[in-house]
Design a protein around this ligand. Structure first.
Ligand code: EPU
Length: 505
């Protein structure tokens, strides 16, 4: 577990101690520090070690007091609420996390390896990943997470449990990705409830129909679903009515060790699917057509442990890009790739946002007024539904009326009512949202109703006048890593209150 400086606490104490006195006076007392630096510290920004130690001296507080654990144990505590003081232009650089929606299927797929260890790098430290690790452990898999290095070592040699524990599956949607590897390894798998963000109807019929076409028996009793196989799975022609993201991944993983050839027609095109397929091929699978809508998989009898680096998170990158745009900032996204953005890139550029790929870094600036936009969410390379709520918040900052259509999920406008509490003018009509801008956001107490809706509120909070309190902040931790540290580094004044959960998740 790493340590970091609690800049928020330092800021609070400095403000308290100086009271009404001017920063110039205080700077003179401390010595070798400018009033401007003190002002930055009061805004929760990072500072150099020397200034920090002198400040501790002046405050008469042991420096150790401000050192906190970088990644507090997310299994035993959760963020209750975030407090954001808005109105600053955000600038600097931020390291884009490993992709949540690649890490989760890759962690699950690593359970296919029956001998030896798999090393995963760039694993995002988010609640859903911690939940996936716990789920794997509950099946008998040895999982060693090196948090500081964001490395996860998986040894699934002793995987021997076939029931996916309800207390864990009910907390995250990607638990459904454990079906294929456990079915392959143990011969049967049972699951009850699958959790995740509440975005409306989220069926799993493509997954189960696909397993059945590969020769498995799928039986349903109330909430319980049992999938079993007699002998090896048999390759077959599979199709998806719509290109389901996890549906494609589950069937691709199931087909890797099936006998013969499997074709998956109308497969999802998201870059994360290609990342999972490349990981599987490195382990010895034979998947072709990667990056296209038709995957062909030749079954193999064994897969072996490998070392693999998870791709950067395009949704995380897109969110920070929108944050730069909303605050008229200038942010470098370290490790992000514009080619993963799909239509989101064009839409941001139409709004007047400048995106420049400089090697492995994207620089984002918003030099002038934001123009309004029309977007329709669509499977990749269409505009990502996972960026829609954040785009809704950004559209509020544009001068004019924007139109947003959500076609992937039937209830993904939770952000609208909360943004309206902050002064937005968003009207909803079925799958369409009409956003009238520009909004002068005003801080309010709002609730993160799902992960991305929560991110939209962070964005609005960053530009709002006054304090925004985001309740139910643990939703955000499900998919966004090191929230306080990364946003603080960009100059956002944000702090959190946590509560001990006492029990796992
Ligand atoms: N669908 C079906 N039947 C199925 C599967 C899907 O009707 O068997 C429908 C769903 O009801 C939904 C649509 O197809 O309306 C899209 O669902 P999809 O299966 O593609 O979504 P998912 O695999 O459950 C993943 C991501 C989501 C992301 C979507 C769309 C993971 C763990 N989750 O969900 O991520 O929104 O793809 O890209 O990969 C998030 O990260 O915030 C998030 C919600």
């Amino acid at each position: 577990m790493g340590s970091m400086l609690d800049t928020q606490q330092l800021a609070v104490l400095l403000k308290e101690r100086r009271g009404d006195r001017g920063l110039r006076d205080i700077a003179q007392e401390i010595g070798n520090v400018s009033p401007a630096t003190l002002s930055r510290i009061e805004n929760g920004k990072m500072l150099d070690v020397e200034t920090f130690l002198r400040l501790c001296d002046w405050l008469e507080v042991n420096p150790q007091h401000f050192i906190k654990e970088a990644q507090r144990d997310m299994l035993n505590s959760q963020a209750l609420r975030y407090r954001i003081e808005g109105g600053q232009r955000l600038e600097g650089s931020v390291v884009v996390q490993g992709a949540k929606n690649a890490a989760l299927p890759i962690i699950a797929a690593s359970l296919l390896v029956s001998k030896g260890q798999t090393i995963l790098r760039n694993v995002p430290l988010i609640r859903d990943v911690y939940a996936a690790i716990e789920l794997a452990r509950s099946l008998g898999v040895k999982m060693t997470l090196h948090e500081e290095d964001q490395v996860l070592v998986v040894d699934a040699s002793n995987l021997n449990v076939s029931t996916l524990a309800e207390r864990l599956t009910s907390s995250f949607r990607a638990s459904v990705l454990f079906l294929a590897p456990v079915l392959q390894r143990v011969g049967n798998v049972a699951i009850e409830t699958v959790g995740g963000c509440s975005l409306g109807k989220r069926s799993l019929d493509f997954h189960y129909r696909g397993f059945a076409r590969l020769g498995a028996t799928v039986s349903e009793q109330g909430e319980n679903i049992d999938v079993s196989r007699e002998g090896p799975l048999q390759g077959n022609y599979l199709y998806l009515d719509t290109p389901s993201h996890t549906g494609t991944e589950n069937l691709m993983v199931a087909a890797c060790m099936a006998q013969g050839t499997t074709i998956i027609e109308n497969a999802a095109l998201e870059p994360e699917i290609a990342d999972v397929a490349n990981f599987l091929n490195l382990m010895g699978a034979r998947i072709s057509g990667i990056g296209t809508g038709v995957l062909q998989i030749e079954g193999v009898s064994e897969l072996s442990g490998v070392e693999y680096t998870i791709m950067p998170d395009r949704i995380d990158a897109g969110t920070f890009a929108m944050l730069a745009a909303a605050t008229q900032g200038d942010i470098e996204l370290i490790g992000a790739q514009l080619r993963h953005f799909g239509v989101a890139r064009a839409k941001l550029e139409q709004m007047g946002v400048e995106l420049q790929q400089e090697g492995p870094v994207i620089r984002v600036r918003r030099p002038s007024t934001l123009r309004p936009i029309n977007i329709t969410t669509w499977p990749y390379p269409g505009f990502a539904t996972d960026l829609q709520p954040q785009m809704m918040a950004l559209a509020c900052c544009a001068s004019g009326t924007s139109y947003i259509r959500e076609t992937v999920f039937n209830k993904r406008f939770a952000a609208a009512q909360e943004l309206n509490r902050m002064g937005a003018q968003i009207g909803l009509d079925g799958e369409a949202a009409v956003v009238k801008g520009p909004t002068a956001f005003v801080g309010a107490t709002v609730e993160a109703l799902d992960l991305r809706a929560g991110m939209a509120l962070v964005l609005a909070g960053a530009v709002a006048e006054g304090e925004t309190i985001i309740e139910n902040a643990s939703m955000i931790e499900r998919g966004c890593s090191a929230v306080i540290r990364r946003f603080t580094q960009l100059g956002l004044t944000i702090s959190e209150e946590r509560e001990k959960t006492g029990v796992l998740l």
